[in-house]
Design a protein around this ligand. Structure first.
Ligand SMILES: *Cc1c(COP(=O)(O)O)cnc(C)c1O
Length: 426
């Protein structure tokens, strides 16, 4: 479900014409819909609120900032009461700058530095998710130096990986994330024994773009068992952070688990445990809330019949296809008449991985036509770069009939200004 629809034959974001945005801001440009962000958050919030006994009355929904860290996107979610799941000092700073209070911020990540841990303590994050014994020891030292005892959860690796591609699986035995179950129990006891930590529970996140509930359910049951074992040893376990990872329909699939089914499964697994749950959705909230607008530079027709649709968006603007063979639907912004035929969708970057798709069936397209990659609101702009000295892709946020450039494309002068010349070269 999203708010990108045809109005009078042309694709709009809510009530704003994408053609108008492209004419004003240029391309490539990401366009986000506030209504879609709001709708997805509200659906999840309502689903969670239907299970106060199983999930806790104040269950936190913490948007995974790494999926889309634009300050206006975060501020849109902040106004709805959404928290933030963060993996760096920069992401914590972005969340705070978007008016997400510290007590709604979770600090995750496999390699937090001492300085980042100290920063997280200073701004009062809700909880720090610990991913290894080595990290636990460093946090104890940092907290001891400050004379405080921050809330922590232990991220358990349940040896169940899942996700839309091997490169986005995190819960498998050989993945770098989390603490193996056998080690999690003694680690928790060690945390309890430290006067400089306040262990509040467990966390788990097994992968991304997960399209079936079974692996998640199995992982959560494992985490529940760990929680019960810990309680059996007399340790308090008050919170279970269930991570993110629920998939979205990139192909227009209709057989994905619904938000309601997902939350009902979580409630079933936690039933009777009396914990407060937390959710860390990234893709679920943002993916379908964004498109990437691009113009056709030209069509390269080969003698053997192959046709390349050369776009002004490249892998530096939308890296998901090159990084993990991701699928993004491409649609003309103004529908074109004519027989459908195959195109290879490519960018202008000098890399053979700069290809978005092969043999896509599209109506006839010409130089100058405006097209949109759909479902590009998560892991899109955040992964963009200036490779090939292409200015960083712009971002626009739409809200009803209002719209704003929320990350302007830099000028070349601005780009060069970030690279002061070594004095001996002046
Ligand atoms: C990436 C990540 C998420 C969000 O994953 P999605 O698939 O975008 O929902 C949540 N929690 C942690 C710890 C993550 O690393």
């Amino acid at each position: 479900m999203n708010h990108f629809d045809l109005i009078d034959g042309a694709l709009h974001a809510e009530r704003v014409s994408l053609e108008r945005i492209a004419t004003t801001v240029g391309t490539p440009t990401y366009v986000y819909s506030s209504a879609t962000l709001t709708r997805h958050y509200s659906l999840l919030r309502q689903a969670v609120d239907r299970h106060p006994k199983q999930l806790g009355a104040g269950a936190l929904i913490a948007f995974a900032v790494k999926a889309n860290s634009n300050l206006s996107v975060l501020a849109t979610l902040a106004k709805l009461g959404c928290g933030a799941d963060t993996v760096s000092e920069g992401e914590i700073r972005r969340a705070l700058a978007s008016d997400i209070p510290g007590d709604r911020i979770i600090f995750s990540g496999v390699g937090k530095t001492d300085a980042e841990l100290a920063f997280a303590i200073d701004v009062g994050v809700r909880q720090i998710n610990i991913e290894s014994g080595a990290e636990l020891d460093r946090l104890i030292a940092v907290a001891a130096a400050k004379g405080v005892a921050p809330a922590i959860a232990i991220r358990v690796n349940p040896k169940i990986g899942a996700g839309g591609h091997a490169r986005i699986t995190t819960g498998g035995e050989t993945d770098k994330f989390g603490v193996p179950i056998e080690e999690a129990i003694p680690l928790y006891a060690r945390a309890i024994a430290s006067p400089h930590l306040t262990p509040v529970g467990l966390a788990c996140h097994i992968g991304s773009q997960i399209t079936a509930l079974e692996p998640m359910e199995a992982a959560f049951r494992t985490v529940r068992q760990v929680a019960e074992t810990l309680r059996g040893q007399g340790h308090p376990v008050e919170r279970l952070d269930l991570g993110g990872g629920l998939g979205v329909p990139y192909h227009g699939q209709t057989d994905l688990p619904s938000i309601d089914d997902y939350v009902a499964m979580c409630a079933r697994v936690l039933d009777g445990l009396d914990v407060e749950a937390a959710f860390e959705p990234g893709r679920l909230l943002a993916a379908n809330a964004g498109v990437l607008l691009s113009r056709v530079i030209q069509v390269n027709q080969r003698a053997d019949g192959r046709r390349f649709l050369v776009l002004d968006a490249g892998m530096n603007d939308l890296m998901r296809p090159a990084l993990y063979e991701a699928f993004h639907d491409l649609v003309p912004v103004t529908p074109r008449e004519g027989e459908m035929g195959p195109y290879d969708l490519v960018g202008p970057i000098c890399e053979s991985t700069d290809i978005f798709a092969r043999d896509r069936q599209l109506p006839p397209l010409r130089a100058g036509d405006l097209v949109a990659f759909l479902s590009a609101g998560a892991y899109g702009a955040v992964l963009s770069s200036e490779y090939n000295s292409r200015p960083l892709v712009a971002e626009v946020l739409v809200d009803g009939d209002r719209w704003a450039v929320v990350r302007p494309r830099p000028s070349y002068d601005e780009m060069w200004a970030r690279e002061p010349k070594a004095e001996w070269l002046e």
